[in-house]
Design a protein around this ligand. Structure first.
Ligand code: ATP
Length: 238
């Protein structure tokens, strides 16, 4: 198995305060990896640092062997990293379809964009029904679908997902996680998933890393993590 993403010694600061203290992690090609941890552990910061949203990060981040540190966020998107931020970040005044088309802006060839749009509407029929509706008037679940769809329009090899379940009803979460699994399996898109809901994340993921105050304190296969006593007590509520 080869690692698509190799992160070594990743540090990040907000101002003078260091919040990631040297993180090592791998995302294997075609697999789902999850970052677990309590509020404030540094999960969101890790995803931001990976796509170099933060100027103040250091370490090494390699995508298929190519160093990402020092490149612009836009260049990283073009290299195949799609980021679905927490809070979703859709353009509220634009329609569903306009948001999706914006997701393809970094692609050099216009060919394939129409086919990809059709493919995304196939995964998310709810978005097709609402193609002309302003994003700001969509439900929370629909906005999450739109954010994922928009990232997919960039044809990512790696999708970084920040708390896709946040604030959504259980049935909607089930629906969205089912579609993400299909996207992973059918399109071969590797996923790095940040989730508060450890149970859900471990169901979906192949491998998990547990972050505590900016450090990886435990990692393993999802099955190993589910059996770990500390994980069960602190994160699975058993
Ligand atoms: P949550 O699930 O609550 O979002 P998290 O694991 O994603 O938690 P981060 O959001 O990465 O954690 O936060 C890690 C640390 O960095 C926290 O102590 C937080 O207060 C701090 N932090 C996050 N964003 C900023 C910011 N913009 N400025 C200053 N400190 C920040």
């Amino acid at each position: 198995m080869t690692a698509l993403l190799e992160v070594r010694g990743l540090k990040a600061r907000y101002g003078k305060i260091e919040v990631l203290h040297g993180i090592d992690l791998d995302v294997m090609q075609g697999k789902v990896t999850t970052l677990l941890g309590a509020n404030g552990a540094g999960k969101t910061t890790s995803l931001r640092a990976l796509c170099q949203f933060m100027a103040s990060s250091s370490g090494s981040i390699k995508l298929a062997g190519t160093e990402l540190v020092g490149r612009s966020t836009e260049a990283i998107a073009k290299m195949g990293v799609g980021h679905v931020p927490d809070g979703r970040g859709t353009f509220q005044g634009l329609t569903t379809e306009e948001n999706l088309r914006l997701g393809a802006y970094a692609r050099s060839s216009r060919e394939g964009v129409e086919a990809d749009l059709a493919r995304i509407y196939d995964y998310f029929p709810r978005l097709k029904e609402r193609e002309k509706q302003q994003a700001g008037t969509l439900s929370g679940g629909e906005q999450q679908m739109l954010a994922i769809g928009r990232a997919l329009m960039g044809r990512p090899r790696l999708l970084l997902l920040d708390e896709p379940s946040f604030g959504l009803a259980p049935l909607v979460v089930k629906d969205i996680f089912g579609i993400m699994r299909r996207i992973n399996q059918e399109q071969g898109v590797s996923i790095l998933l940040v989730e508060q809901n450890a149970r859900l994340a471990l169901e979906m993921a192949d491998t998990a890393y547990l972050l505590e105050t900016g450090r990886v304190v435990l990692s393993g296969s999802s099955d190993e993590m589910k059996r770990n006593d500390a994980v069960r007590r602190a994160y699975l509520g058993e």
